[in-house]
Ligand binder design. Structure first.
Ligand SMILES: [Zn+2]
Length: 336
């Protein structure tokens, strides 16, 4: 499935877990999963049940609708139940309901992307032992540190306010001047970076300055990632005389963090452990130059390149051919 199909998902009919009930199952019978209200023929989902034992052992995914509309939970118990319905076995989110809802919404997006047939994270936990996110392929656990995002947000906030507000923009270096020229529609200051990308980043900065509270910690950190890529990478590419950096692909969604970790899960499940570990070797110079067209972090090693590229694809970016060729070489996960 390509990007067109991803866009198509937006218009697919929406269903929620909570609106479903199952009728009692008899051996060798047909049972239905149906909506509580206003059931129509099209909304019925039928499956043949061969015998009672098979019902007990059948993967629960068979009962899941292919598309679910996310609804935020009102309590931790509700959030845990929701995640378990999506296939998470151990869900240890402490008492952080906001992060639990954030994670559940990202998992719902993955569920919908794969039409319900998703290789879900078995274990998810909050911890202060990681910086932001990590997928541990040995314990099959997605680990999240919301505090890391909260702290990073404070730094982002300070950086944006000090660098971009009009009175200090010129005092605080090129980024402020760049921002104010871009606001007037002048994108020639760094003319080898895609104008749409500059506009997207600086429009987001402007929205942030107008209403910082409308950004949660994940969105604010995503904005910082975009800004860093646009500035660090542009300087680096210019200083090496290699002007192949037209835009970065960090942008797109506050759920990018989880999509990135999900790529690690898919990769670690499809490769043997030696092959997966081989992915953390240093990249060749040529491959690194290609990888860093995606994001700065994608240049870290082959596994990070793969995860960053998968994330960009989920976010709907059409990527350069050399990037996709390297992604294929790395056995990057196919999108459905
Ligand atoms: Zn990673």
């Amino acid at each position: 499935m390509g990007i067109d199909a991803l866009q198509g998902l937006n218009s697919a009919p929406l269903q929620t877990f909570k609106s479903y009930t199952t009728t009692p199952v008899q051996p060798n019978s047909v049972f239905t999963v149906q909506r509580n209200a206003a059931t129509t023929f099209a909304q019925l989902c039928q499956a043949v049940v061969p015998d009672a034992k098979a019902v007990q052992t059948a993967p629960s995914t068979e009962l899941k609708p292919s598309r679910i509309e996310f609804t935020p939970a009102g309590s931790m118990d509700e959030a845990a139940e929701y995640a378990q319905n999506l296939g998470v076995e151990n869900y240890n989110m402490g008492d952080d309901l906001e992060t639990a809802n954030y994670v559940n919404e990202a998992l719902t997006n993955l569920h919908n992307l794969y039409g319900g047939d998703v290789n879900m994270f078995p274990n998810i936990e909050v911890t202060d032992t990681v910086e932001f996110f990590i997928y541990n392929s040995d314990s099959k656990t997605l680990k999240i540190n919301p505090q890391g995002f909260a702290e990073n947000r404070q730094e982002t906030d300070q950086f944006i306010k000090e660098s971009m507000v009009a009175e200090s923009a010129n005092k605080n270096g090129a980024i402020g001047a760049w921002y104010h020229r871009a606001l007037k529609g002048d994108f020639d200051m760094v003319d080898y970076i895609d104008k749409d990308f500059q506009k997207e980043v600086f429009d987001t900065v402007q929205a942030y300055l107008e209403n910082p509270d409308s950004f949660d910690d994940f969105e604010a950190t995503e904005l910082e990632a975009m800004l860093c890529d646009m500035t660090n990478l542009s300087v680096r590419f210019r200083s090496t005389g290699n002007l192949t950096f037209e835009r970065g692909y960090a942008s797109g969604s506050k759920f990018s963090w989880i999509y990135h970790e999900y790529a690690h899960r898919l990769q670690s499940e499809s490769m043997d452990s030696g092959e997966y570990r081989h992915g953390i070797r240093e990249m060749s110079k040529a491959d690194k130059a290609i990888a860093m067209r995606i994001t700065e972090y994608a240049g870290k090693n082959y596994n990070e390149f793969t995860a960053e590229t998968y994330k960009a694809l989920i976010n709907g970016h059409k990527l350069p051919e050399d990037v996709m060729a390297l992604y294929k070489k790395c056995n990057g996960p196919q999108l459905p």
